[in-house]
Design a binder for this molecule. Structure first.
Ligand code: XMP
Length: 327
């Protein structure tokens, strides 16, 4: 495997001017590397792949083919945002694949978190490969690899990002324009490329998505409930001015029911857990103090608006010993 080392002389990209210089260099480099050939990119909508997409659109326009795979575990509104930004605004060559049913079928009855991650990762590569095979004459594969990906060794969980490299499709080369950049530099470059703040500064979202926030075997009702409650949480955090101030916040739904009362009758329903953490490197994490009035508002909205939920909990655990995600 090729080992890539960031030269010590490489200046940290902290300003729009330095970002523009980097972009100009990379545009030249990419044009030189790929010539008039086509390049394929798995565009998840995350910061790294979005910045690579914007950079390559600038460099080679329609020679770039983006594939956005919806594995059914994305947050509310995510595929729509990717399509509207890249296809409608940036005029990218974008293929949208709705593979939700296929992933959920594969995941049926699977309880073990690492097994779930493995299935999601493998199925993703399979869907991507199928799309790649349908397209003729694509020589290069682009990836949103960043420097920490190169430096990092695996931790407790299998953090394989969705979108692993399909190896045997016969690409003649890899295009990885941000592979020497740290995350903060990727963001500065993204902004200089004109990407909106809500994409460049969005909170981290795991490759296996809502799949690891719906603990145990994923069911459609809990998946829908986690998606809806997460959307409410994000909306209320944004309204309260907490966007970008709290590092990561989301909801999770464990696979246990508890008793509720409706029309004087007892019934069993799901519990939604609110998780919010601050961290520098995700290795340790603390829980921010949040206004109770905000938490009560989120509780009321979740109870009133999300089907099947009759309890809302706040996770006050720190990392360690609890991980950030529930699985
Ligand atoms: P944990 O739960 O290990 O999470 O404390 C640390 C950070 O990593 C994210 N995370 C993942 N990201 N694939 C990913 O791409 C994964 O399987 C995965 N698991 C956790 C998590 O959201 C947090 O930001």
């Amino acid at each position: 495997m090729e080992i890539t080392v960031r030269p010590e002389s490489m200046e940290r990209i902290t300003t729009p001017e330095l970002a523009k210089q980097f972009i100009d260099e990379q545009v030249d480099e990419v044009r030189k590397q790929v010539g008039d050939k086509k390049v394929l990119l798995a565009l998840s909508g995350g910061v790294d792949s979005s910045v690579v997409a914007a950079l390559l659109i600038k460099a080679i326009g329609k020679q770039l083919v983006c594939v956005h795979v919806n594995h059914g575990l994305l947050r509310k509104g995510e595929p729509e945002q990717v399509i509207s930004l890249f296809r409608d605004e940036l005029d990218a060559n974008l293929i949208y694949v709705d593979a939700a049913d296929r992933f959920l079928k594969k995941l049926e009855g699977v309880e073990e978190p690492e097994k779930k991650r493995e299935i999601i990762g493998e199925e993703f590569v399979r869907v991507f490969e199928e799309e790649a095979r349908k397209l003729e004459g694509i020589d290069f594969l682009a990836q949103g690899t960043i420097y920490p990906d190169i430096l990092e060794s695996d931790g407790v969980k299998a953090h394989h990002n969705v979108g692993g490299l399909p190896e045997d499709i016969g690409f003649i080369g890899l295009v990885e324009p941000v592979k020497l950049l740290y995350k903060d530099e990727v963001r500065v470059v993204g902004t200089a490329l004109g990407l909106p703040d809500n994409m460049v500064y969005r909170q981290p979202f795991p490759g296996p998505g809502l799949g690891v926030r719906c603990t145990g075997a994923i069911t459609r009702d809990r998946l829908e409930a986690v998606r809806e409650s997460d959307a409410i949480l994000r909306e209320e955090f944004a309204e309260a001015g907490l966007e970008g101030k709290v590092w990561q916040y989301f909801t999770a739904i464990p696979d246990i029911k508890s008793t509720g009362i409706k029309n004087n009758k007892r019934y069993m329903g799901w519990a939604v857990i609110i998780r919010a953490v601050n961290t520098v490197d995700a290795v340790t994490a603390t829980v921010p103090e949040l206004p109770l009035s905000l938490l009560f508002k989120i509780r009321d909205r979740i109870i009133n608006e999300v089907d099947g939920v009759n309890r809302v909990l706040f996770d006050m655990s720190e990392k360690p010993v609890s991980t950030i995600e529930w699985e």
